[in-house]
Design a protein. Structure first.
Length: 157
């Protein structure tokens, strides 16, 4: 199930999934809806399905197969080259959970990732003011019990 709505801030999409496969399918749909450039906060508790969602986005962009996409918890950043509607797309998946300060964040070279063809998804980015300021929206994943997830996507216009 999914719903789309316009808000004062931009567009909002809501999806409900019942399995990991459903979450990957929503990721594929989001790849169609999210034209770069975007920096999106990827919010959700541990195990909510953030990386599973990225698997679908990467697959839809022909950037990676789902089993090739893993959480960047220890590497901090994964980069995938793909395409959308015949144009190149750089998909960056970051996990800044382990970082504690803006100074540590600066060492990632986040500014170097921004380009017209970049789709940047940042797990735990809400911890940092500099990321919140630059974000163009967020994807929030919440558990509704069992394997059911609610995925809410808000994109600023």
């Amino acid at each position: 199930m999914n719903n789309a709505a316009a808000t004062a801030e931009g567009r909002m999409y809501e999806f409900t999934t019942q399995s990991g496969a459903d979450t990957i399918a929503v990721g594929r749909k989001l790849a169609e809806l999210l034209a770069p450039p975007h920096l999106l906060l990827l919010r959700g508790d541990l195990g909510a399905g953030k990386t599973t969602l990225v698997k679908g986005i990467a697959q839809a962009l022909d950037a990676a197969e789902p089993d090739e996409v893993t959480s960047p918890t220890f590497t901090l950043i994964h980069e995938y080259d793909g395409s959308r509607q015949g144009k190149p797309v750089k998909l960056f998946h970051l996990d800044v959970y382990r970082l504690e300060s803006e100074r540590q964040l600066e060492t990632l070279g986040l500014d170097d990732l921004f380009s017209d063809d970049a789709l940047i998804l940042v797990e735990w980015g809400e911890k940092f003011k500099s990321i919140r300021k630059r974000s163009t929206g967020e994807i929030a994943i919440t558990s509704e019990g069992g394997d059911t997830r609610k995925i809410t996507v808000t994109v600023k216009e």
